[in-house]
Write a protein that binds this ligand. Structure first.
Ligand SMILES: *Cc1c(COP(=O)(O)O)cnc(C)c1O
Length: 466
C-alpha cells in the first residue's frame, strides 16, 4: 500500500513516510493509492473482536510493510490509556445509538487518533535515530490531546500555542498541568487566528523547518483519519450483532476529518453496511450548504458558538473527498483548490447527486443545541456535550428507518457551561478533570509576536548533531 497526494504532485510513498510528512510536499493531502475493501466472510471473522484486535486488522490493511507485531504493540499502548474496557462503547438512548468517543485521557474524541499518532512518531524516530519538534496552535481540544499523546516521549519536544484567556479554563488547565520536560505551553496574547498565523509562518520558513525537524499534529495527518476508521467498523459490527445489516452515522463536523474517516469506512465495508453519513454542522455551515445546494463558499466571519471545536470555515480535510468526486484526478483537485484560495468559493453543483448518495446534512442552531441537551437529559437522564448534541439533533431531523449511531465527541463536563445552561445544573467533574485546578502548572505567556515565539522555540527545541 503506497500513498499519493490529492494534487497528484508527488511520487507514491510508504505509510511511514506519509505519517511523517503530514501535509504532502505539493500542498495536497495524502491518501492511499487505492482504498481497500473487506469481504463479507472477513467481516464474519471480525464480528467478535475486541476494539484493539479490530484496530489491528483494520490498520494492517493500510500500513504497508510495517511489521504486524510492531503495529500490535503500538495499538496496545495507545488504547490502554482509555478508561472504558470497550474503548469506544455504544449505548442505546431512546431510538438512537450513541458511541462514546470520550474515554481517553483528555475526554474528547481526538485522543483516539492522537494517542496512536504520538506512539507512531516515537516508533519512527527510534528507527531512524532522529528527533522532531512539534509545533501547533489550538483553540482547545487538539492541544491537550496532542500533549497527552507525546508527553515524556524521547526525541520529541512539543510546543502548543493557545490564545491566552480564550480557551475554557478547563481546556487551558488540561494543557498547562502537563509538566513533563518535553512539553512547552505558550499562552499567546491574541486570538486563535493570531496563534495559527504564527505557526503557519514558522512552517513556511523551510530552513527553520528543516533545522528543527518541525512536525505537525493537526487533522491533515493521514494517521489521524485512519485511527478513526476503526470505531465506525466497531459500531457497525455491534449493531450487526443486534440484527441490523445497514446503519447510518451522525457526525458533528468541523474540519471534515471525523466524517471523512466514516467515508473511508463506508468504502471499506461491503456495499450498504454504512448507508448514509449524516453531516451535522453548527451555524458555521459551509459543509451543509455544499451537501444541500452544491455551494462550497466562505460566508463572512466564523461565528462563535456553544460548540467551539466546530467553529471552522475552511474544512481542511474536504480536499480528500473532493479527490474522489473528481474521479481521483489530482489536476482537477489542484485547479479547484486554487480557485477556492483565490475566490473563497467552488461551484460543486455538478456533484449534487453523488454528494446526496454519500451524505445528508443539517445545520443546527444554538437554540436547537441547548434544547437537545435539555430534552435528552429530561427524557433519558443522559448528558450530551454541545458538539454531540448537534449530531443527535441532525439525526432526529434526518432519521430514516435504519438505526443511527451518533458520535459523542466530548464528555459533557468539558463544555459544562452550555450543559448547565440547558439543564440548570452544574456538571459533575469526572476524576480526570476534578483535580486539575490544584495541580502544578507550567506555561509561558508571550505576545503574539513571531520573533518572540521563534526565539522561545530556538531556546527550547531539540537539535541534531552537526
Ligand atoms: C475536533 C472536534 C470536532 C470536529 O471534528 P472534525 O474532525 O474537525 O470534523 C467535534 N467535536 C469535538 C468535541 C471536537 O473536539
Amino acid at each position: 500500500m503506497k500513498y499519493i497526494s490529492t494534487r497528484g504532485g508527488i511520487e507514491p510513498i510508504a505509510f511511514d513516510q506519509a505519517v511523517m510528512m503530514g501535509l504532502a510536499r505539493d500542498g495536497g493531502l495524502l491518501l492511499p493509492e487505492t482504498l481497500p475493501s473487506v469481504s463479507a466472510q472477513k467481516l464474519d471473522a471480525w464480528q467478535n473482536l475486541h476494539y484493539k484486535s479490530l484496530a489491528l486488522e483494520v490498520l494492517d490493511l493500510f500500513s504497508g510493510d510495517m511489521p504486524r507485531l510492531d503495529l500490535d504493540d503500538l495499538i496496545e499502548r495507545s488504547y490502554s490509556s482509555f478508561r472504558h474496557p470497550q474503548v469506544t462503547p455504544v449505548r442505546k438512548t431512546g431510538d438512537l445509538y450513541i458511541m462514546e468517543l470520550f474515554h481517553g485521557p483528555t475526554l474528547a474524541f481526538k485522543d483516539v487518533a492522537l494517542q496512536l499518532l504520538g506512539n507512531l512518531f516515537e516508533y519512527e524516530l527510534k528507527k531512524s535515530g532522529g528527533f522532531m519538534n512539534i509545533i501547533g496552535a489550538t483553540s482547545g481540544d487538539t492541544g491537550s490531546a496532542a500533549i497527552y499523546g507525546v508527553r515524556g516521549k524521547k526525541g520529541i519536544n512539543i510546543f502548543i500555542l493557545h490564545p491566552h484567556g480564550r480557551t475554557s479554563p478547563i481546556q487551558a488547565l488540561q494543557m498547562t498541568t502537563v509538566t513533563d520536560a518535553n512539553v512547552f505551553n505558550l499562552a499567546v496574547n491574541g486570538t486563535f487566528d493570531d496563534a495559527q498565523a504564527i505557526v503557519k509562518e514558522l512552517f513556511s520558513d523551510l530552513e527553520f523547518k528543516d533545522q528543527y525537524q518541525l512536525g505537525a499534529i493537526n487533522s491533515i495527518n493521514w494517521a489521524r483519519v485512519l485511527a478513526q476508521v476503526v470505531y465506525y467498523v466497531f459500531a457497525f459490527l455491534k449493531l450487526r450483532k443486534q440484527g441490523f445489516d445497514s446503519v447510518d452515522f451522525s457526525v458533528p463536523t468541523g474540519n471534515f476529518g471525523d466524517i471523512f474517516a466514516g467515508y473511508v469506512a463506508k468504502q471499506l465495508l461491503p456495499e450498504g453496511c454504512i448507508n448514509r453519513l449524516i453531516l451535522a454542522t453548527n451555524s458555521n455551515d459551509i459543509l451543509t450548504r455544499f451537501v444541500n445546494n452544491g455551494d462550497y463558499s466562505i460566508a463572512g466571519e466564523v461565528t462563535p458558538t456553544f460548540s467551539p471545536s466546530m467553529d471552522i470555515q475552511i474544512a481542511s480535510n474536504f480536499e480528500r473527498y473532493l479527490y474522489y468526486l473528481h474521479g481521483q484526478d489530482g489536476a482537477k483537485v489542484k485547479a479547484d483548490m486554487e480557485t477556492f484560495a483565490a475566490a473563497g468559493r467552488m461551484d460543486l453543483a455538478a456533484f449534487g447527486e453523488q454528494a446526496a448518495r454519500d451524505f445528508a446534512s443539517y445545520s443546527v442552531s444554538e437554540e436547537e443545541t441547548i434544547a437537545t441537551i435539555r430534552q435528552c437529559s429530561q427524557e433519558h437522564d443522559y448528558l450530551l456535550d454541545p458538539h454531540t448534541a448537534i449530531g443527535v439533533r441532525a439525526a432526529q431531523e434526518l432519521k430514516e428507518d435504519r438505526p443511527v449511531v451518533c458520535l459523542a465527541t466530548a464528555h459533557p463536563a468539558k463544555f459544562g457551561e452550555a450543559v448547565q445552561k440547558a439543564t440548570g445544573n452544574e456538571v459533575e467533574l469526572p476524576p480526570a478533570l476534578a483535580g486539575l485546578a490544584n495541580k502544578e502548572s507550567r506555561c509561558e505567556i508571550l505576545d503574539a509576536d513571531i520573533a518572540l515565539i521563534r526565539e522561545y522555540v530556538e531556546k527550547n527545541a531539540l537539535e541534531g548533531e552537526i
